[in-house]
Write a protein that binds this ligand. Structure first.
Ligand code: DAH
Length: 342
């Protein structure tokens, strides 16, 4: 064994004389200690050493390994430092204080519209909150009053994780956390990415964006909901808009509505965007269910609230005239880059 070790040491010393750069050190290290390295092979011979000598031979082998490993690692480190210093002192200098070159990228159209909507709501005293993408079953369903046996909890609609959590299926999943975080009066919006196990087509995506809003105070009414939505839509479409409410159903609101906006492109006369109906279905909403307020630690006898869940993709499609939701997640830069400004 000692002879074999000596042979290897001689070999290493010979190799070291020929080393030119960092890569050569790395190669030598692998040649010694890699999977079928010379030293690794030596360790395999330990199998045949008689039991009473194993301790002694093992120690010799380990010491030799340490010695050679230190030699290689130390030199590798030194050469690495030298190479780095050479780079730093060479013409290849990078001045990190220089301003960046003009940015040629552009915001995603959905980001543009999201920021515009956020701006309008913040000007009306709303805070902008963030939500989790991975949510507890409680926040996504139970806290917002979705009953245990509701089909929305099904495998078809919801991406369940192995640990029992879900990819949030709607921004309403953040309601409970926000109600608990702020005491009334509350005005908050929370945009976010949502996921549903949907078949994808021109108007359905498995990954989509919503922008949720809640208003909680004493004497909040449907009138407040209409006021805030009209304000926001008028600013986004750059003209006064008309809205109407139709009855809807959601477990977290009572009463629940579907809010339509009179088509801002044809003023209700009928055009391809409103499919000649004159109205565009835009935003489910309603008065927050007393149980949802209670779950958020708010006394429904004292406070009332309204909520809405705006489809951000839908808003983006309206303001860009895109008619296929799949374009928004497509990464089709040629198309998406066109929408630098609205
Ligand atoms: N979470 C609902 C959905 O994704 C949308 C919604 C409806 C949100 C009514 C609301 C609301 O805040 O009041 O289908």
């Amino acid at each position: 064994m000692q002879n074999k070790i000596n042979e290897i040491k001689q070999y290493v010393l010979g190799k070291i004389k020929q080393i030119k750069d960092l890569k050569d050190w790395q190669t030598l290290r692998v040649e010694m200690f890699g999977k079928s390295g010379k030293f690794t092979e030596l360790f395999k011979l330990m199998r045949d050493v008689p039991a009473e000598e194993k301790g002694k031979v093992g120690q010799i082998l380990n010491n030799a390994k340490q010695e050679i490993e230190n030699l290689i690692v130390e030199n590798e480190r030194k050469m690495g430092e030298e190479e780095l210093n050479k780079q730093i002192n060479s013409a290849e200098k990078i001045d990190i204080t220089l301003p960046a070159e003009k940015c040629t990228g552009s915001l995603h159209p959905r980001t543009i519209i999201q920021r515009e909507i956020e701006e309008v709501f913040t000007s009306m005293g709303f805070v902008v909150e963030d939500g989790n993408e991975v949510e507890t079953e409680y926040n996504n369903f139970t806290a917002v009053n979705v009953p245990e046996n509701h089909p929305a909890r099904d495998m078809q609609d919801t991406f369940w994780l192995d640990n029992g959590q879900v990819l949030k299926t709607h921004t309403s999943a953040s309601q409970n956390r926000i109600l608990k975080k702020y005491a009334p009066p509350i005005r908050a919006i929370f945009p976010g990415r949502c996921f549903r196990n949907e078949d994808v087509d021109a108007s359905h995506e498995n990954t989509f964006f919503q922008l949720e809003g809640v208003i909680v105070d004493k004497d909040v009414s449907v009138g407040n909901l209409i006021y805030f939505m009209k304000e926001m839509l008028s600013k986004i479409f750059n003209k006064p808009v008309e809205v109407r409410l139709r009855p809807g159903f959601f477990p977290f609101t009572e009463p629940s509505f579907e809010m339509d906006v009179k088509c801002p492109f044809c003023d209700g006369k009928g055009c391809p965007t409103c499919k000649n109906g004159g109205w565009i279905e835009l935003c489910p909403c309603g008065m927050i269910h007393p149980q949802v307020l209670k779950n958020g630690g708010i006394d429904p006898e004292v406070y009332s609230g309204c909520a809405f869940g705006l489809g951000l993709d839908r808003m983006t499609m309206l303001s860009t005239n895109l008619n296929d939701i799949r374009e928004l997640n497509s990464g089709n830069l040629k198309l998406l880059k066109q929408f630098k400004i609205k």
